[in-house]
Structure formats: C-alpha cells, structure tokens
Write a protein that binds this ligand. Structure first.
Ligand SMILES: NC(=O)c1ccc[n+]([C@@H]2O[C@H](COP(=O)([O-])OP(=O)(O)OC[C@H]3O[C@@H](n4cnc5c(N)ncnc54)[C@H](O)[C@@H]3O)[C@@H](O)[C@H]2O)c1
Ligand SMILES: O=C(O)C(=O)C[C@]1(C(=O)O)C=C[C@@H](O)C=C1
Length: 315
C-alpha cells in the first residue's frame, strides 16, 4: 500500500523505537525519504547495514534539513541537547515530535529551544520490549498499540491531525492527554512495574542463601516475567526515573503503604483481606484481556540486546 504522507522524515536516534519506525515507514511507504541520525558511528553503520534509511549522519543538525517530520527517539535526558542541535536547521512548518516515556520533562527541555516556526507535538507510543539498539526493532511493534499525544494548548490542529494520521499508518490507535496526567498514568502502569522488577531481581541477586544458579534454574514463571522487565535498557530507565521523579515518588509512596498493609495481613493471618485483594486484582487482568490489550511481546527481532550509550551524558 502506498500511503506517502511526508516527503522526508528524520529519525534522531535509531535504537529499538527509531529503527521500528524506520522499518514501518519503509514497509508501508509512509515517507519518500528517511534520514537517520545517530550520535555513534558504530550504530549508524549498523543502521546502514540493515538498510533502515535513505541517508545516514552522525549530525542531527544535518538530518533534519528539509524534513517535514522530525521524530526524536533518544533517552529522555538527551532531549534538550537534541533540540539545541536541530533548532537552527528545522524547516519552517515542520512537525517535531518525540517518543519519550515521560512528557513534562521533554516539553520543558525542548519547547524553549525550538523555533516558533515549527509545530512541536510531544508523543509516546505505548509499545516496546526490553531490547535496545537498531537490531531490536520490528515493523509490527506499533500495531494495535496506543500512542499518546500531549499537544500544548494552541497547537495547530491540522498538524496534530497529520501526526495522528502518521501513527495510524504505523498501526497505532491515538489518544490525547495532558502531559501532567500522562506522567502520572505512566508512572503507575509502566514506570513502577519496571522499578519493582529491577528491585526484586536485585534482591534475588543479593540473597546469599539462595544461589544464583537456583534463581536461574527455578525461575519458571512469575520471577521470569520480572527478569524480562529488569533486562530493559539501563540508560533509558535511569532517565525515566530522573525525569518523572515526582509522579514516580507519589506512586512509590502509595505502593509502599499498600505493601505494608499486605505485610500486616500476612503477619496476622488475615485470609479474608488477602483473598479480597487477590480477587479484586484478578478482575483487572480479565478487563485487560476483554479490552484486547493483552499483547504479548512478540519474538520479532529478538537479537542480543545492543545497549549503546550506558552511563553517558544523558542526564
Ligand atoms: N524501549 C521501550 O520499550 C520504549 C517504549 C516507548 C518509548 N520509549 C522511549 O523511546 C526513546 C528511545 O528508546 P529506545 O528503546 O529506542 O532506546 P535505544 O537505547 O534502543 O535507542 C536509543 C537511541 O538514542 C541514541 N542516544 C542515546 N543517548 C543519546 C544522546 N545523549 N544523544 C543523542 N542520541 C543518543 C542511541 O544512539 C540510540 O540510537 C526513549 O526516550 C524511551 O523512553 C522506549
Ligand atoms: O513491554 C515492554 O517491555 C515495555 O517495557 C514497554 C513499555 C511499557 O512499560 O509498557 C515501556 C516503556 C515505554 O515508555 C512504553 C512501553
């Protein structure tokens, strides 16, 4: 199907999300030209080998020249630097968006730097895996998943419609949300689960009386699910924690209170309380399945994770 909506799309960052976008844009002919920018020449070379774009550069400044749509696909802590790099070469009338997991911080970092001649519309596809790097992406990643746009008041509606059309062409359903609300919702449905996973796997790893080989040998189901999340990219999740601090701390406080209450029920043998909670949560799972949102992470592109950029300057 030919569905060209943009002459030129620039992808800044070509990891899991950037490379999935490159693949779906190419497969579904959403753009005439894809410019790929990555700060590391090694990643860029890999993107070239995988034939992800039409041009490749380590300069974000160069990539965005003449682009009608610019999609920033880097860890959220790098947003300000990217905005500074691209602001002078952006084409007037271009749409600039991002895919970052937090929204208020990205807006605070990018908005003051970007020129008023472009349409800045923050976005967040609620789709991903624990993998990272250009090998990890796949064209079907966004199929049937939500993408949340958090436009700033006064943004041109035609530009929002164009970006909505882009995400539809990538297979997504699109919702609009206030950035503050987005950060609170994602803190509970995405950020807390990852923090809990990192913590539980860390606890198991530090536990002296259970050996590492026993953890690996007997992690049949429940623990195994946590290890998948805890294998997610450290740079990305460090930035999420630092850039959605208030909402995450609010959710962690509630979580800790509820955990203490659960701990008390176990200590005092309060079976009714335990049963009521477990029964209530079981229904949530059923509602997710009934809503068709029980999307298993598929096996497409499950190569060894390439985690480029750890510990680098993305704060
Ligand atoms: N992984 C997921 O499940 C997922 C889902 C939705 C949104 N996101 C968001 O998408 C963005 C990209 O995540 P990803 O999973 O594709 O990560 P990734 O690690 O696979 O790719 C990140 C890319 O950004 C580049 N990069 C890293 N630091 C940079 C810097 N300081 N300056 C410029 N470029 C830099 C890397 O070279 C790489 O090309 C993040 O903001 C993340 O929060 C991730
Ligand atoms: O499925 C996973 O592995 C993910 O971590 C994807 C996930 C999520 O928590 O749902 C992670 C972060 C993103 O911002 C959006 C999606």
């Amino acid at each position: 199907m030919s569905d060209i909506r943009f002459e030129k799309i620039a992808l800044i960052g070509i990891g899991l999300i950037g490379s999935s976008l490159a693949r779906v844009i190419r497969e579904r002919r959403i753009a005439g030209n894809i410019a790929v920018a990555s700060r590391s020449s090694e990643t860029l070379e890999r993107a070239h080998d995988l034939n992800l774009g039409d041009s490749y550069t380590t300069s974000a400044t160069e990539a965005v020249r003449d682009a009608d749509l610019v999609i920033v696909c880097v860890p959220v802590g790098a947003s300000a630097k990217v905005a500074r790099d691209i602001s002078d070469t952006l084409k007037p009338g271009a749409i600039v968006t991002d895919v970052g997991s937090t929204k208020q911080s990205v807006i605070e970092q990018m908005m003051p730097v970007l020129p008023e001649t472009v349409h800045f519309i923050p976005g967040h596809p609620i789709a991903g895996t624990e993998q990272s790097g250009p090998d990890a992406g796949f064209a079907e990643l966004f199929d049937g998943r939500w993408c949340i746009l958090t436009p700033i008041a006064g943004t041109d509606e035609t530009a929002i419609d164009r970006l909505t059309g882009f995400w539809h062409a990538c297979g997504s359903m699109v919702d609009r949300m206030d950035p503050e609300h987005h950060d609170m919702v994602l803190a509970i449905v995405s950020h807390l689960p990852h923090i809990i996973a990192y913590n539980i796997v860390g606890t198991a790893n530090d536990f002296e009386t259970v050996s590492k080989s026993e953890v690996i040998k007997y992690s049949a189901s429940g623990f195994r699910d946590f290890t998948r999340l805890a294998a997610s990219d450290p740079t990305m999740w460090r930035d999420v924690c630092l850039h959605n601090k208030d909402a995450i701390l609010e959710m962690l406080a509630r979580f800790s209170e509820d955990l203490s209450s659960l701990q008390r029920a176990i200590r005092w043998g309060d079976g009714d309380k335990l049963f009521d909670l477990f029964n209530r949560t079981r229904h949530i799972r059923k509602s997710i399945i009934d809503a068709g949102q029980d999307v298993d992470v598929p096996d497409f592109g499950r190569h060894v994770a390439q985690t480029e950029g750890h510990g680098e300057d993305t704060l």
